[in-house]
Design a protein around this ligand. Structure first.
Ligand SMILES: C[S@@+](CC[C@H](N)C(=O)[O-])C[C@H]1O[C@@H](n2cnc3c(N)ncnc32)[C@H](O)[C@@H]1O
Length: 344
């Protein structure tokens, strides 16, 4: 079967790359010889042969099946208890985040320990204590099992992101949306990322595009701190981050440079992004692309375009809606959408 032959000294780098980009075939085990490691692959991708990489045809051994979480829980929970278990969970780096139904709280330690044994990638298990809330959109987490930490490093789109899952908003489910935006960026663009959090958008865009400069603004000091760390961690030079309220930072930037504008503006704060449209338009010009996020019910997406129409009219701008993209489900029938519009 298809495999990738990699010099041992580069094993970790390429392992991360093929896992992050979903080329790895998890049903088979890696092989090693004196000088090389062989990764089982699902498909080929572009490689640079001068780096010593080679696609090969190889016999790999099947991964030993450790059982699913539900199968393994069957050994310690009753049938009735099993029915209540929500086995779906998010994994951010080495941390798994579970949702434990009220009726099963007394069994949460067993569930968490079983999850640790089921998945080797998981080193810590936490549970959600509430929903995202407050200005920082953070979520309280309770420690259940494994290493006692809430900090981890998560990998996606060729970058590493360090964060504390409780102190900072972060969603792995937005990685495709980050990739979508990444593909829209043109060489030389000046990009503004409002509400930048621990900087997933700035870092992914800087690492994978030829944007000239990316500015992120984040009000949560912890988010800003991790953002700065992530810029360093990914050896990025084209990103600047400001800690502050977008409502205050934009006027201050305009005071310093009245002509300041951006080619692209991201507004990833779906709950209240409309309150910041005036700020976005204050640094827009003819041709600026804006990505406006909102939570809306299916069939009511027009409510977002109405907010945009109103703000553009007030600012004296003409605009064109280019696309409305569903980029996640927030609740039953409620979607996270992104309206891509252009100032014309
Ligand atoms: C939904 S999160 C998105 C974070 C990040 N862009 C991401 O995708 O992971 C929204 C972020 O906006 C920040 N925020 C909320 N109000 C803000 C404001 N007035 N100015 C700057 N940032 C703000 C929050 O602290 C939070 O980190």
């Amino acid at each position: 079967m298809l495999g990738l032959k990699v010099p041992l000294k580069d094993a970790e780098k390429w392992k991360q790359y093929i896992i992050v980009n979903n080329f790895i075939n998890n049903n088979y085990q890696y092989l090693k010889d004196k000088n090389h490691i062989y990764f089982p692959l699902i498909s080929e991708f572009t490689i640079i042969r001068s780096q010593g990489l080679e696609f090969v045809d190889k016999e790999f051994n099947k991964t030993k099946h450790k059982g699913t979480l539900r199968e393994n829980l069957g050994k310690s929970l009753t049938k009735e208890e099993l029915e209540f278990v929500k086995t779906a969970h998010d994994i951010i780096g080495s941390i798994a985040i579970l949702e434990i139904p009220q009726d099963l709280v007394f069994r949460e330690k067993v569930i968490a320990e079983t999850l640790l044994q089921t998945n080797k990638q998981i080193k810590t298990v936490l549970k959600k204590a509430d929903i995202h809330g407050g200005v920082y959109r953070t979520q309280k987490m309770i420690y259940l099992a494994g290493e006692k930490t809430k900090e981890t490093i998560y990998r996606e789109n060729n970058v590493q992101l360090k964060l504390d899952v409780e102190k900072v908003y972060f969603s792995i489910r937005l990685s495709n949306e980050r990739k979508r935006i990444m593909k829209l960026i043109q060489p030389g663009e000046e990009v503004l990322v409002m509400f930048s959090g621990c900087a997933p958008y700035p870092v992914v865009l800087a690492k994978n595009t030829e944007a000239k400069h990316i500015l992120g603004i984040e009000i949560n000091p912890d988010g800003h701190k991790y953002g700065l760390e992530n810029v360093k961690l990914n050896k990025i030079k084209s990103v600047d981050l400001i800690c502050g309220d977008v409502h205050e930072v934009i006027p201050k930037l305009k005071e310093k440079n009245s002509k300041l504008t951006f080619d692209r503006i991201l507004m990833p704060l779906p709950k209240t992004a409309d309150e910041f449209l005036d700020d976005a338009l204050a640094v827009s010009k003819k041709g600026t692309m804006i990505h406006f996020y909102d939570f809306l019910e299916l069939g009511k997406f027009d409510e977002a375009t109405e907010k945009i129409d109103k703000a553009c009219k007030k600012a004296g701008f003409k605009h064109k809606i280019l696309e409305i993209v569903k980029c996640g489900q927030h609740a039953p029938y409620i979607y996270r959408i992104c309206v891509d519009f252009k100032i014309i």
